[in-house]
Design a protein around this ligand. Sequence first.
Ligand code: SAH
Length: 245
Amino acid sequence: MTPGSLTVAGIGPGSDAMITPEVSAALAAATDVLGYIPYVARIAPRDGLILHPSDNREELSRARHALELAAAGRHTVIVSSGDPGVFAMASALFEALESGPPEWQALDISILPGITAMLAAAAAAGAPLGHDFCAINLSDNLKPFDLVLKRIRLAAEGDFAMAFYNPRSRARPGQFADVLATLRAACGAERLVILARAVSTPEQAVTVTTLAELAPGAVDMRTMVIVGSSRTRRVGRFAYTPRSA
Ligand code: SAH
């Protein structure tokens, strides 16, 4: 049996123009592509390629399945939106590797980076992440919500700009209001906020506003929320953070 391979590849925030050449090459050589249904839908079908779409709460079983396929000699690619190492499949793969048979660790495994939503959103708005910043996942699927609020308070104390992934879902509509209240208390109501929805797709919408004006209903799961530092300001239609603190 010829040895298989397993690649975890980032396919960027939406536009095919943001897929790196090395990810395109891995997809062209793949025999199997696994991933969350809407991400696998972005991969063109072709002879010799098997697509394995799955639901989004199935990361660990998807990772195990990909490892089994690679161990059986297949050239397997797991696709993630954005970058696979940012709140995505690369960590799930290593969790499966850690708890799986030791022989899996000898497989040909590579992680190919992609353009994460945070960076595409920041670029669309100007340069709000031009000085120190942090990225926080607002989903409480895998951590308690109290910890989310604690990290926001400490990031505000450190005067970091903050990029929020998974800001709001139908399953937890009230939590974003708590996030907003925490931010207003810690940063003041006049702090700049960028809402960047569906970046790099035809539905892209980028708004620069303030914590005072931000309505929770303006935010959904296709939105990146970037809260500026105390130095972040507007210039024309752009928002940017100067390079000096
Ligand atoms: N691995 C992905 C992030 C997965 S978490 C990455 O690196 O981008 C999913 C969250 O990413 C969404 O809830 C949203 O906050 C953000 N996101 C993904 N694609 C986006 C896009 N095109 N525009 C704005 N936000 C996006």
